[in-house]
Ligand binder design. Structure first.
Ligand SMILES: Cc1cc2nc3c(=O)[nH]c(=O)nc-3n(C[C@H](O)[C@H](O)[C@H](O)COP(=O)(O)OP(=O)(O)OC[C@H]3O[C@@H](n4cnc5c(N)ncnc54)[C@H](O)[C@@H]3O)c2cc1C
Length: 388
């Protein structure tokens, strides 16, 4: 039985997973080249568009597949076994659309128009919410990017850091301070507008392929309708937790699975002349493989069961914030442990640039810096326990 079989619930999921597996396996063959050249994986993005992957979370009424959170997790995990950076990047696009689809905070005509563009023109969108001064937006800092009312709409100025797949985006949802107030809003910014440019600042050792460059906005004129979300319009009972962020742990556990597969293949094939056969028969190697399986079992059961609960028990969603954070913490840390153990099986060869293992090692580290961060998860759990 393969690793995915236990989680497939129906034929639709099997078909979607087969389609994703083809993409992932193709991306895996390009990983080393993109990594060595420090290049943005445009070819992968084109393949995702051609396969219709980019419209998976668009509502059915607007021409998409309207996949569930459970399905998103499953497909993103599989995609990441081929290329983690491509999975994380497209995860922001798919997850962002899923959030809009579930909550419908926008004017419906505008949302419909965006969905139709995703389906027919394969446009890409992402949230640009991080800035040099605020750091992670989850910490609550107010953006320095500012939108000022003009005769025709808004003029927006600012710089966003860490904007994944910036070079491939058609639209960004940019967080900005509204005028001189302390209120924050999100503005829909078309990247073809005058004053919108990308500055190539993404010079990292991990997840290079996300191309998370700076998005710079110099006196960009926007229409009145571009202000699509603002703090004061949030529902009184609060907004639902951002369950779609589970695409993050799904991505990093996908990296761990890729490392696990490499290590198992190596253990079956590597046969040093000090042993009668391959190292798979060495008890210590078997112990490490068993530990990997245990870690993956734990992490994936938690990831999939919480995603399933979100789908099947919608009345519990509003109380799931801490649970979703705990999933991110457990799964990304498990992924880190799995990659580390897999590298110990492979030994020093895992450090060669030609070995995908060293790429997995660098990539899995980035999970710590995607939201929610570990310290926030722990503190939220503590607060909940103390309040009960
Ligand atoms: C691969 C990758 C892709 C990304 N893609 C996107 C994207 O597409 N769009 C986007 O908007 N963002 C994106 N991000 C940005 C991400 O969401 C974070 O904003 C970013 O990684 C910065 O997080 P940080 O914890 O390092 O930063 P900071 O918040 O600056 O934190 C740095 C350090 O200071 C501490 N710290 C800072 N503030 C506080 C506080 N108030 N209380 C306690 N401790 C504090 C933190 O614990 C940490 O140790 C991406 C990040 C990565 C790594």
């Amino acid at each position: 039985m393969n690793l995915y079989e236990p989680f497939i619930q129906n034929d639709r999921q099997r078909e979607l997973l087969d389609m994703t597996a083809k993409l992932a396996d193709t991306f895996a063959t390009r990983g080393e080249k993109f990594d060595r050249e420090d290049a943005f994986p445009f070819e992968n993005v084109e393949d995702l568009k051609a396969a219709g992957y980019v419209s998976l979370t668009v509502p059915e009424e607007y021409g998409g597949k309207e996949i569930s959170l459970y399905e998103l997790v499953m497909l993103q995990e599989r995609l990441a076994t081929g290329d983690a950076a491509t999975s994380l990047s497209i995860g922001w696009h798919l997850g962002g659309l899923m959030e809009l689809s579930e909550n419908r905070p926008w004017d419906e005509v505008l949302f419909k128009s965006l969905c139709e563009k995703v389906v027919t023109e394969r446009v890409l969108i992402n949230r640009a919410a991080t800035e040099p001064a605020t750091g992670s937006p989850t910490r609550g800092g107010l953006p320095e990017t500012r939108a000022v009312k003009s005769d025709r709409g808004w003029i927006i100025d600012g710089r966003k850091t860490f904007t994944s797949m910036a070079k491939a985006l058609d639209y960004s949802l940019v967080s900005a301070r509204i005028g001189d107030s302390d209120e924050k809003g999100f503005f829909l910014v078309d990247h073809s507008l005058d004053g919108v440019r990308i500055e190539e600042t993404w010079d990292t050792i991990a997840m290079q392929g996300t191309g998370s460059d700076d998005l710079v906005l110099d006196d960009v004129s926007l229409s009145t309708e571009a202000l699509v979300e603002r703090d004061r319009d949030k529902p009184e009972g609060g907004v639902l937790p951002k369950a779609w962020l589970l695409h993050i742990p799904a991505c990093y556990i996908g990296v761990a699975i890729a490392a696990r597969n490499e290590a198992i293949t190596f253990a079956k094939e590597y046969s040093p002349n000090s042993l009668p056969g391959p190292i798979k028969d060495v008890p210590e190697v078997q112990r490490k493989i068993g530990e990997i399986e245990l870690e993956l079992f734990k992490a994936r059961q938690i990831l999939y069961s919480v995603a399933d609960k979100w789908v099947k028990e919608p009345h519990k969603r509003s109380a799931m914030g801490e649970e979703l954070g705990a999933v991110k913490h457990i799964v990304t840390n498990s992924a880190f442990k799995v990659v580390d153990t897999a590298m110990r099986i492979v030994g020093a060869r895992s450090l060669f640039k030609s070995n995908p293992m060293q790429r997995h090692y660098r990539n899995v580290r980035a999970g710590l810096h995607n939201p929610p961060m570990d310290d926030m998860v722990i503190s939220q759990l503590a607060h909940r326990a103390l309040e009960q």
